[in-house]
Design a binder for this molecule. Sequence first.
Ligand code: DAH
Length: 339
Amino acid sequence: MLDRVKTLIGEVGSFETSSKQEIEDFRIKYLGKKGLLNALFAEFKNVAPEERKAFGQALNQLKDAAHEKVRALTEKLDSNQEQTGIYGDLTRPSDPIDLGARHPISIVRNKIVDIFSRIGFTVSEGPEIEDDWHNFTALNLPEYHPARDMQDTFFIEKDPDILLRTHTSSVQVRYMEEHQPPIRTISPGRVFRNEDISARAHCIFHQVEGLYIDHDVSFADLKQTLLYFTREMFGKSKIRLRPSYFPFTEPSAEVDIYWGLESEIDHKITKGTGWLEIMGCGMVDPNVLKNANIDPEVYSGYAFGMGIERIAMLLYQIPDIRMFYENDVRFLSQFTPAL
Ligand code: DAH
């Protein structure tokens, strides 16, 4: 009998667990009403009188050891839980996080905004769903004007016409309607044209419109601003302006930059000429100023507009415009570093 108690003392001493349930099972097994200790105390009367003292001492020792074990294990469990909390171990290293990348269109847009904000241009925006006035009529494109066919339009409603803007020039009009000169603003945004989708053209793309209106603004101011922009954006300082036509500017021009003919790619993208067209521009037509309540006798200004996709394709040598909208992470993740 005494040997059995001694074995139990050993078992209690070496018992280990970190489970709450197992501690409770242990407590019930030794200290519960129907537990081993009560059962052993009940055996007391069967023990030979000369052995009773030693047996009693051993039983008390077993009881103390069991109590102590339960206390120690519970304390350890509580302190572990305090450390790890409901979130587990807060000091453990976390799983690696996949960093997202900026979309190349955003990178180029941000760079354009940055370049123009350094010379005092603010950023303005307008709605993608436009009315006829802001997209066409106020921009010197009255109804039945043949130049409306320059851009195939997605109409939402007819009479009065509500449409998806075909260019960000509409924001010019909105901005002038709300601000008197001096005006220096660029308007980046998404535009829509009813065109067949191909490697070079999409029905959705992005433009940045620029507008500068003040006293005595001249064509020379426009040229100098464009030169500053092409230097900052492309690191190229040779540009040329070819006479062109836009209904909202007079005179109008298309801007080419000299890209060079050093590599095979240069030959390919410039079609062997070394020159690349990057935007349209001109002096804001007096009719447009009048339409937006700005007096053309007092003020003059220039405007320009460029496509963001085209610039991104040039800078990153992206061969197909459709890649911008496919959301393939293998494509998008390549643009992590800032330009
Ligand atoms: N709105 C023209 C387009 O979408 C681009 C443009 C050309 C904007 C000349 C201008 C400008 O402000 O002066 O093709």
